[in-house]
Each structure stands twice: as structure tokens, then as C-alpha cells.
Design a protein around this ligand. Sequence first.
Ligand code: DSN
Length: 411
Amino acid sequence: MLQDIDNQIYNLIQKESKRQIEGIELIASENYVSKAVLEAMGSILTNKYSEGYSGKRYYRGNEYIDQIEDIAIERAKELFKVDHVNVQPYSGSPANFAVHLAFLNPGDKTMGMALDAGGHLTHGFKVSVSGKYFDSVSYGVDENGYINYDEVRKLALDHKPKLIWAGFSAYSRIIDWKEFRKIADEVNAILVADIAHVAGLIVAGEYPSPVPYADIVTTTTHKTLRGPRGAMIMCRKPYAEAIDKAVFPGSQGGPHNHTTAAIAVALKEAGTEEFKQYSKQVVLNAKKLSEELIKKGYYIVSGGTDNHLMLVDTIKSVKLSGKEVSNALEKANITLNKNTVPNDSRKPWDPSGVRIGTPAITSRGMKESDMEKIAYFINTVLENIENNSLIEKIKGEVKDFTKRFPVPGIN
Ligand code: DSN
């Protein structure tokens, strides 16, 4: 047993488990997986090498791995209604890199949402390979925090990118996938939708699907989809070969078969009525939490949310940076991440806001009335940021509060 062989690591896992139980997890990209997903993830499938694809492997002994990968692919095809799925990307960033590799040569143009507007590093940010090896152009959001499709169109027409990315890490509104399709057609670009954040909501019908409009759809599997840390690339048939080649051998080696099996399990769970209800509640909770924070005088970018997350401009709200806010809340067992806000004058390491998400707390069974309590905890800590004994008292209240909500996969 791990406890006997490596007590040091065992103890740290126990401590992390306690931290997950006793805290309020508001990081918008995190979630708690089921025991079934954990079991597949921690299985002997990690022992096997399987470079290649089902029926076309470079190593022998892949009879069962092929079946597992086929099941994961079929489940994803059915849930997302797509022609082709690659379930091998190790995570979101390698998946997005593979898309660039599939269609662009170094120096070619790629276009995505700016990081400070809510986009992702891998959509062309200058320190990522997507911005270093490719010529990247970024679009932002308007003064109300919404994507301005006229600006996107103008940039596309001016720069003629080969790839246009639609998708985000910190945008709380609905994306007009159809409008992106029109823009991509006007400049003959390939449209890539990155649905990492909202994949689970899409499956449950709580967020519009880009599948009718996008050529390629990438997603991680561990956020609202509530699976293991991994990713998938879905695409229309004509792009399938280029995508598969870009993943293997283009940018990866052997697939992580234990992850593939856990993705298959998560996709099965995502097809259930329980998951639909869960996803509905994720959005209801996010709306309620943003309303409660607004009532307390907080400034939410774009004035609210249509999905599972919101961005709070903490400088405007409480005259504290995102770093100060996230550090203070952590002392009270409330975890979230500092985040840039649109047109941020501060740097990502110490930006003007924080991002808040409801997928993890909803997996613990929290409902709208619990959002009132969470807004109260957040506000009390931030109004008393110098008062360590009060923050310690709130930490105690947070621990008591979380006892009512078991963590899937743990207790
Ligand atoms: N780190 C993920 C997030 O928090 O949104 C994206 O890569």
C-alpha cells in the first residue's frame, strides 16, 4: 500500500484531500470527479504503450486498449454530435498546439481572444508557442465586457488569419458561434471552437453548441465535463486525418490509456439525467452568486453571467488587487484565482480581478441559498482584510458550512 511504501506522499495526499473537503472551491476550471472516474484513472492501464490509433498500433498487446479508446470516441461522438474525435491529447494546451500544427506553418497567422479579455494562452498569447511560432492577432471585448463581432470581423479582414479561435477561459457570456462562422467564411479561415470551460454545459443543453458551425472543436475533459485531466479534439471528417497526424506522431507519443478510460467513464456519466440537472444548477448558482455580489456592491465584468463563471473587478469593487483578494480568501479556506480583467492596466501576476466559478461547489450539492452564504463569507473577509482573528473565525464557519456537502470521489 502507498501508506507503507511512501508515507511522505501518502500524507500529502491525505492533507490535500482534507483541504478539498474543508474549503469552498471557486476556481472556475476545477471540479470533483466521481469514484468511478478515479478508479479508471488509477488503473493498470497506465502500464501500456499504444502509439498509433485503434487497429493501427506500433506495439502489440493493444486488444483491450483499442476497445477502450473506441468506446471513448463513440461516446464523445454521440454526446457532442460530431463526425470525428481524437481522445489522445494529454491536456488542453497540447490539443490546441496540435490544431496549430495541423493547419499552420511557422509564421502563419492565427487569431484568438486576448488573454486579458478572457482568452487563453494557447490562442496566440505572445509567450506561448501559439504566439511565438505563429503570427498572432488578438481581439478583445467592448467597454461592456462583450465580444464585439464588428471588431473581430475587421481584424479578420485586415489580417486574413488561417485559423480563427473562438472560446475562452474567463468570459461569462454566450458566444455567437454562427457569427464566428460567417467571419471565418469571409476570410476563408478554419474556425476552431475551444469549449474547454463549457463542454459539460453544452452536453447538458445549458450553453449553445458550436458543433454546427465550427470546423474543429477542442476541449479539456476535467472542467464542467467532470472527467479526468485530459482533452479531446473533435472535427468534421475532412479535417480528421490532419488532426490525428498532428496529435500522433506530430506532437505526442503514447496515449495515456488510464486517462482515456476515465474520459470514457466521464462521458457515460455526462449522458445521464443527473448530469443535466447538475449542469442546470451550475448556471443557476453562478447567476445567483453574481447577483448576491452585485447587491453587496461588487463590480462584475459585463454585469453578470450566462455560464458557470464570473469575473470580478476587485480594484473597482474593494480597491484590492486580484492577488490581495485571492490571498486573503485562501486564509478563510475559499479558493479562487486572480485574473486579469478586460484592458487590465496591471500584469497577470498581480491583476485587477478574480475569476469565480460554480462547477465544483455544485458537484458538492450546493444550491442558490448557499450562494448567499458564500457571498457573505467573501464580503466579510474582504471588508476585514486586516482583521486576522475575524478571518480565522470565518475560516471556522467555512469549515462548518462545508461539512454539509460531501465531496464526490472522497466522502
Ligand atoms: N488553467 C485553465 C483555467 O483555469 O481556465 C485554462 O487552461
